[in-house]
Structure formats: C-alpha cells, structure tokens
Design a protein around this ligand. Structure first.
Ligand code: FAD
Length: 435
C-alpha cells in the first residue's frame, strides 16, 4: 500500500472515531424512527465528508511538515486528490439524503418532523447562517469537481475553477462547525476531532485562497539567459540568492509575469554560482508562450525547493530511468556526483525519441561521475518496455529504482515490478502531473 493511501485510511479511521466518540453513535443504534435514523446517517456521512475535505484542503497548502509526512509535495497532491474525491462522495451522499427528504415532504409522501432544535440565541443565529449559501456552494462544488475529474477539459480551465474550492470549502466547513452545536457534540471527543479538522482546514483554505501557499519559500530571481536548445526545448538560467539551498533532484515553482499560475520545474543544475538551470519542454498553453514572452533581465518568482526525489537511500545499487524531459533531475544528480565522490553502483537508462539535446552533456557527466549510461532512442530501438529494462539492467531486483518520465511509462515499470514480485517501495518517482 502506498504511503499516502495509508494516510487516507488513517483519515477514514479518524472520521469514524469522531462519530463513534460522539452522541450520534448511541442515537443511531437506539433509534427506531425513520427521522431518527436519517439524521444520524446524515451526521455520519457529513462527518466523513467534512473530515476528508478538510484533509484534502490541508494537504494542498504546501506545508513542509505535511509534505514530508506524505512523502513529498507530489504525493501530497495524490493524497489531496483521493481525500477530496472521498470527501466529495460522502458530502454528496449527505446532500442527497437531505435533498430527497425535502422532496418527499414537498410531495406529501412523508410528513415534516416536529422540530427538535434546542439551540437559542447567538448559536441559533450562527446555525441558521451556516445554511445561507450552502446549497449554491455545494452545486458549484459539483461542477468544479466534475471539471477536475474530467481530464478532457483543458488544464487551465481546471486550474481557474479550482481556485473556487477553498471558498466553497469555507461555506461547507462553517456548516459543519455550526451543526456540531445542533447535534450536541460539543464537549465530546468526537466534537473536538471534528472541530480540529475544520479549524485547521479553514486556516489552510484561507492560505490557499489568498495564494499564500509556500510564501516562506519564495524569492524573486532574474532571468540570466533564455534560449532554445532544440525545437520544443528551452534552457532558462535564473539567479538565486546565496541563501537558497536545494538537493539535486528537487523542483521549484516558477511564476513569470505573463503567466497567471506558477508551474513546477526540476532544477537541472547543481552549481554553486547562484544560477539555477531549467530545461523546459514546450508542451502546452504556458510552456509554448515562454520563449516569446520572457527575456534576459525579467523577474521571475521562484517558490521552493520541493520534492523528495533526491536519490537518498541506503541501497548500494541504483537504477535510474529517465524518459524524455524527465532527464532534468538526473542532470542535477550527475552534476552533484561529478563534484563529489560516487560511492554507489549507478546505471542510468535514458530513453528519448530521436537524438536528445542532452546526449553529449549526459555522456560527459556520466563518465566524470562513474555512472553507467545506457541510451535508448525509441525511433531506432522501439519503446522501452519493462522486459527491455530488465535485459539492460539484470540486477534490477537488487537496486533501488529512481524514475522520472511519462505516466504511462511509469505504470509499465510498476506493473513489471509487481509481476516480478519486486517491492514497489524500491521505486522512487516524482509525479509529473498534479491533476
Ligand atoms: C515535480 C515536477 C517537475 C517538473 N519538471 C519539469 C521539467 O524539468 N521540465 C519540463 O519541461 N516539465 C517539467 N514538469 C512538467 C511541467 O510542469 C508541465 O509540463 C507544465 O506545467 C505544462 O504547462 P502548460 O500550460 O504548458 O501545459 P498544459 O497542456 O496546460 O498542461 C500539461 C500538463 O502539465 C501539468 N500542469 C500544467 N500546469 C501546471 C501547473 N501550474 N502546476 C502543475 N502542473 C501543471 C498538468 O498535468 C497538465 O495536464 C514538471 C512537473 C512536475 C510536477
């Protein structure tokens, strides 16, 4: 089981615990009426929904401690996606139970229950206010979640609409916060667990809403040079302050003046001259615009470093697999090794479509750092499959594997390892996609 999946399970158990340690469990078990049961099932689905949603919001706030727990920022986003999906699912069940009940009453099929609301004064006003924008907020959330899940919708539409999520979450969280008073959870352990998730979630939602994520990891750099090194691949050099420290293999978010959003890129250099090098593949709306919109002297906002793709493990044998532009973190790692002593047995398999602009650089760095290089040109040799990797690196089972490349390629490696009963824990990677 992946580390972040374990944390999803942990959140599920925390939500169940919150329900079990609240008055709702006993009410659920002793209830004999339809309304009695319905209301407690709503508390259960609502608790699961809001705790998963809160966990998803917390994971997306780019807090170092949380990222480290989850295995790096990219894994924190995997956790975010899974938790958000589950939060939305339970939230949807909660909403449907409430909505269908209103419909049944309206149609005269069931009678409206006598009010059991014991709240008075300010708490009652807060409780009522928590319903004010709940329906529209939830309906907008359904649309935004659909856009996130339906990958055929362009990434930039997903990105813009996703900015609404923290705001929508705040409405839902306010409702959950107030409902605890209505359900008599205040003063119980369940109430404390739920309030803790909601309060931390709300703080993280505000951080995200005002684009303050990673604010303590930001600096302004200057573009020192920019050029095309091959059709579709750009090299950019950006200055960094002396205080900026990173490990080979890590990445940063770059935000240029012309772009609305920061984008993640691996740092492809490991020099001490205060200059960071990036190799960027022109592959979409943003990357296609860089060359024509950036010039020397421009200011760039840099945020980072992030990531745990840092080649740190105790295994003496490492197998590095790079596909296309996925070579960037390995370039930094090779530079690092060429400056220090390589004490491991490292094989790098680099797969590219046709001649790569990095071929000569990598060849020279590999020979300087005593790394065995195997280059595969898929135009000549065909796609690199797991079986081919095994024939090129027979000691794969005894190696830790560091992979960076397209998602489909990684899945093929993962499946091959599983089929050979090689632990997936040996496979390290940075997800090159956040959606
Ligand atoms: C950890 C990491 C390191 C990366 N390092 C490099 C690198 O060294 N060189 C390189 O060429 N590419 C790298 N990428 C990929 C690069 O970030 C995307 O190719 C780029 O953001 C695409 O933007 P676009 O608008 O041009 O393309 P689009 O067609 O809009 O997007 C293509 C895909 O890129 C991803 N993407 C787009 N915008 C963002 C964003 N703001 N934040 C996160 N993901 C986004 C999405 O998965 C999307 O489906 C890296 C990605 C990650 C996650």
């Amino acid at each position: 089981m992946k580390n972040y999946t374990k944390w999803v399970l942990f959140i599920f158990l925390a939500a169940l615990l919150a329900f079990i340690l609240s008055p709702s469990l006993e009410r659920l078990l002793t209830s004999t009426s339809y309304y009695g049961l319905r209301i407690q099932i709503m508390y259960l689905s609502g608790t699961l929904g809001i705790i998963f949603m809160s966990a998803a919001v917390i994971a997306s706030a780019r807090i170092s401690f949380i990222n480290n727990l989850l295995g790096g920022l990219d894994k924190a986003y995997n956790f975010h996606k899974l938790s958000a999906g589950l939060g939305f699912l339970f939230g949807f069940i909660h909403y449907i139970i409430s909505f269908s009940n209103k419909m049944l009453i309206k149609a005269g099929i069931i009678e409206s229950p006598a009010s059991t609301n014991h709240l008075t004064g300010t708490i009652l006003e807060i409780y009522k206010a928590s319903y004010a924008f709940l329906d529209p907020a939830f309906i907008i959330m359904i649309i935004v979640v659909f856009i996130a899940a339906y990958r055929k919708i362009p990434y930039h539409i997903f990105q813009y609409t996703h900015k609404l999520i923290p705001l929508l979450y705040l409405f839902v969280a306010f409702h959950a916060f107030a409902t605890i008073f209505r359900g008599g959870w205040v003063g119980t352990v369940g109430g404390v667990i739920l309030h803790a998730f909601v309060i931390i979630g709300a703080v993280c939602a505000v951080i995200t809403l005002f684009q303050l994520t990673g604010i303590n990891k930001r600096f302004n750099g200057t573009v020192k040079s920019i050029k095309s090194i091959q059709t579709g691949i750009i090299e950019i050099k950006i200055s960094a302050p002396d205080t900026f420290k990173y490990k080979a293999g890590q990445f940063v978010f770059l935000k240029f003046k012309f772009s609305f959003e920061p984008h993640p890129f691996s740092i492809a250099s490991y020099s001490n001259d205060g200059i960071l090098t990036f190799y960027i593949k022109e592959s979409g709306d943003f990357t296609n615009k860089i060359v024509n919109n950036i010039k020397e002297g421009d200011t760039v906002r840099v945020e980072g470093p992030y990531g745990q793709f840092t080649f740190d493990d105790s295994n003496k044998n490492q197998l590095w697999i790079a596909g296309g532009i996925g070579i960037t973190p390995f370039i930094a790692a090779l530079e690092n090794l060429s400056l220090n002593k390589n004490e491991k047995n490292i094989t790098l398999i680099f797969s590219s479509v046709g001649k790569s602009p990095f071929d000569d650089k990598i060849k020279s760095l590999c020979s300087k750092s005593n790394v065995k290089l195997i280059s595969v040109d898929t135009n000549k040799d065909g796609l690199l499959t797991y079986d081919k990797i095994k024939s090129l690196a027979p000691d794969i089972a005894a190696s830790s594997i560091w992979f960076c490349g397209p998602y489909g390629f990684r899945r093929c490696v993962e499946k091959g390892l599983k089929a050979d009963n090689i632990s997936i824990k040996n496979l390290h990677y940075d997800s090159f996609t956040f959606r």
